[in-house]
Design a protein around this ligand. Structure first.
Ligand SMILES: NC(=O)c1ccc[n+]([C@@H]2O[C@H](COP(=O)([O-])OP(=O)(O)OC[C@H]3O[C@@H](n4cnc5c(N)ncnc54)[C@H](OP(=O)(O)O)[C@@H]3O)[C@@H](O)[C@H]2O)c1
Length: 262
């Protein structure tokens, strides 16, 4: 299936590693023009080099060092993409990190940090991108969330609260922006292989493959394994593409059946 992404301009936050990087690779291979940001320039440049060397069909990527918790950085990220390509067709709010603990141990600072990263980061970038999506005649916004948005467990805050806010934002905006041809969907992740799990394995002193095997077998995932980053990339690329033209306001679980709530 041709995703018809060639030439489209897509912005991806948290695009240097993990799920975001897998998506950037996929979009570049589909011929999209991809601006992607993260805080550390080195990982961004490495990925851009890798994509250019791989010679993906007409690969055109723009790595930008930007922190999504900084409104000025988000403005620069948007301006650089529009300055280079003159339009925006899609946007993926993907930057984030795990933040789940028992409620009693948390401070206001921890709550503010999580809301700034996962909720305000998305709100601000969507606000910046909207005039450009409208000018392009429509487009697609994808928010990376977690299954805790629908099924928050004990010890899941603050992230479950931030993710529930992201789901409400997705659904509310899908109602507001449909008339402009702008679709808004969310991907709710269960457990997918990514850089954050590699870091976790190092902290625990185990190999990454042992950690994935353990999580896959002992987390109650009906498919019995952790998913791959490219599972996310495939779904997000589809949601960004015109092939998903009649799909908006959806919060799609990508979790091997893990979540009890669909
Ligand atoms: N993988 C899973 O099992 C899983 C489960 C539930 C939800 N998620 C969500 O999926 C998204 C991607 O996670 P992942 O597993 O791919 O994580 P990852 O491997 O740690 O990658 C995170 C990416 O986000 C960037 N990033 C982090 N904070 C940022 C900030 N303030 N501004 C800009 N970029 C930032 C990181 O680069 P820098 O550090 O250089 O900024 C990196 O490129 C996150 O929102 C995460 O919460 C993942």
């Amino acid at each position: 299936m041709d995703l018809e992404l060639a030439g489209r301009v897509i912005l991806v936050t948290g695009g240097s590693e993990g799920l975001g990087a897998a998506l950037v690779r996929t979009l570049a291979a589909e011929g999209a023009r991809v601006a992607f940001c993260a805080r550390r320039a080195e990982a961004l440049d490495q990925l851009a080099d890798e994509i250019m060397k791989a010679g993906a069909a007409e690969a055109d990527v723009l790595p930008v060092a930007a922190d999504v918790t900084s409104p000025a950085d988000l403005e620069r990220f948007t301006e650089l993409a529009v300055g280079r390509w003159g339009r925006i067709d899609g946007l993926v709010n993907n930057a984030g990190r795990s933040a789940a603990e028992m409620f009693d141990t948390q401070t206001d600072e921890m709550w503010s940090e999580d809301l700034e990263l996962k909720v305000y980061g998305a709100i601000r970038l969507i606000r910046l991108a909207l005039p450009h999506l409208r000018a392009a005649g429509g487009g697609s916004i994808v928010n990376t969330l977690a299954v805790a948005a629908k099924a928050p467990g004990a010890g899941s805050t603050p992230t479950s609260v931030s993710r529930a806010a992201g789901l409400a934002l997705t659904k509310a905006l899908s109602k507001e922006l449909g008339r402009d041809g702008i679709r808004v969907n969310a991907v709710l992740i269960g457990l997918l292989e990514s850089r954050q799990w590699e870091r976790r394995a190092t902290e625990l002193g185990v190999s990454t493959s042992d950690l994935y095997a353990d999580l896959g077998q002992n987390s109650g995932i009906p498919l019995g394994r952790v998913g791959e980053a490219r599972d996310f990339a495939d779904l997000a690329a589809f949601l960004l593409s015109p092939r998903a033209a009649y799909l908006t306001g959806a919060g799609i679980n990508l979790d091997g059946g893990l979540s009890p709530v669909h």
